[in-house]
Design a protein around this ligand. Structure first.
Ligand SMILES: [Zn+2]
Ligand SMILES: [Zn+2]
Length: 254
């Protein structure tokens, strides 16, 4: 069995297709999926998905790409995570690729998520793009290693992966690992310890080979696992077992 550790089933491309998505998951032995929040406005829909389906979970957070959205208070994040199906804080982090200028607000927002995670003891889902050094620095400064979490949709070097692993974080691979030009990420997928890796789709984005260009969906996470098995010269079943166990260990759900 496989688990999609990061998807956005509430986004317009996927909302309304839920029955088909769940059916495709079942056909492909994708047993669970984690629906990740990106802002507070849409969070009730993310939570509702988790509440109405035993195999869906939710997280709450405000993504660094959302500039004009309600800024989350630590108290507010704590209130929203106090729910059996809300298993993580995020996605949060830094993105210096999409937005330019003074991004101090992104760093402050990121710090609040880490503080909330440390208070409630739930892990972090971290998004980082063109901002690895600042991301790791803030993780260290705020003691993110005390609570751990996952570096989602990992696109950095092995050196960055190693430093995130040292901070108690898991590394999650998306469909990007199946892309021909993703040599650096393929290298990381070969080296990361088996007990610290996760798989995800980040649906509706980043559909893996052989579905590139299509709308991504949790069922396609199987292709991510297949590519990792190929790279590590191991059985698909081994990757399925490891990533599933890792998911349950990190998010403390059974
Ligand atoms: Zn992300
Ligand atoms: Zn995402």
């Amino acid at each position: 069995m496989f688990i999609d550790s990061h998807c956005h089933l509430d986004f317009p491309d996927l909302a309304g297709k839920l029955d088909a998505l769940l059916e495709n998951m079942q056909t492909n032995q994708v047993t669970h999926a984690l629906c990740v929040g990106v802002n507070l406005e849409n969070f009730p829909r993310v939570r509702a998905l988790a509440e109405s389906h035993p195999n869906l979970f939710a997280s709450v957070g405000v993504h660094p790409d959302y500039e004009n959205t309600a800024e989350p208070e630590v108290e507010q994040l704590l209130e929203l995570t106090n729910h059996a199906k809300v298993v993580a804080l995020g996605e949060t982090g830094l993105d210096y690729f999409r937005l330019k200028g003074d991004l101090e607000w992104q760093r402050e927002r990121f710090r609040r998520h880490i503080r909330a995670a440390r208070q409630c003891g739930k892990p972090l889902i971290i998004h980082t793009r063109s901002a690895a050094e600042d991301t790791l620095r803030i993780m260290k400064e705020e003691g993110a290693d005390k609570v751990g979490g996952v570096m989602h949709c990992f696109t950095e070097s092995w050196e960055i992966a190693r430093r995130a692993l040292d901070l108690n974080f898991y590394i999650s691979f998306s469909g990007i690992v199946t892309f021909k030009n993703a040599a650096i990420i393929k290298e990381v997928a070969k080296k990361v310890p088996a007990d610290r890796m996760l798989i995800e789709t980040d649906s509706p984005y980043l559909a893996p080979v052989p579905h590139r260009g299509e709308t991504n969906q949790p069922a396609f996470v199987r292709h991510v696992a297949e590519e990792i098995a190929r790279l590590r010269e191991t059985d698909l079943a081994e990757i399925a077992k490891a990533t599933t166990n890792n998911f349950f260990n990190l998010f403390k759900v059974a």
